[in-house]
Design a protein around this ligand. Structure first.
Ligand code: GAR
Length: 191
């Protein structure tokens, strides 16, 4: 039996959907669970439409961590993927998945990372800094926002007439192209 993946997401969930579809097609692992910290997150609808179990936990439950851990264990989760997850992962959950939890960040870390840097804020900061290049960073998750060991980075140009939206679209394309296959390689390397 293949490994089970859980996806943690807080918002729209386009990456979550892309990852679910990728593994459904390849069959090399399975997205067994989607978890969110926002009741209105559109990722819940996407998961429902794709018949993937999806759960919302409130702020207190995320802070505690135990209900989250129980859900992961009940679904036999081997590997955890953050895809636009904007809350802190509780320590007890982190410690249950050493080297088995990854995040994607929409810039070339360590640039434009840290608390409060997510989504369009990142792209606005990249444009304001006049960067010629941006991209994505896939890294292990640790106790500090965006500071876990980097696994892979992929770059794209920043164009002179870019807006946060056009840059976000280019970065999203990179995410869709690379995140599933990086996850796949890591999951397949698990004992
Ligand atoms: C993605 O671009 C992801 O890299 C970013 O949020 C977006 C979620 O999009 N994550 C962060 O900024 C984390 N600091 P999605 O909900 O459509 O997948």
């Amino acid at each position: 039996m293949g490994k089970n993946i859980a996806i943690l997401a807080s918002g729209n969930g386009t990456n979550a959907e892309n990852i679910i579809r990728y593994f459904r097609e390849k069959g090399t692992a399975r997205v067994a669970l989607v978890l969110t910290n926002r009741q209105a997150a559109y990722v819940l609808q996407r998961a429902r439409d794709l018949d993937v179990p999806a759960l919302y936990f409130n702020k207190g439950e995320w802070a505690d961590g135990r209900p989250v851990l129980q859900a992961l264990q009940a679904h036999g989760v081997d590997f955890v993927v953050l895809a636009g997850f904007l809350a802190r992962v509780p320590d007890n959950v982190l410690h249950a998945y050493p080297q088995r939890m990854v995040n994607i960040h929409p810039s070339l870390l360590p640039k434009f990372g840290g608390k409060g840097m997510y989504g369009d804020r990142v792209h606005q900061a990249v444009l304001a800094a006049g960067e010629a290049e941006s991209g994505i960073t896939i890294h292990y998750t640790n106790e500090q926002y965006d500071e876990g060991a980097i696994i892979r980075q992929y770059t794209c140009p920043v164009l002179p007439d870019d807006t946060p939206d056009t840059l976000a679209a280019r970065v999203h394309t990179l995410e869709y192209a690379h995140y599933p296959e990086v996850i796949e390689a890591l999951v397949q390397a698990l004992p």
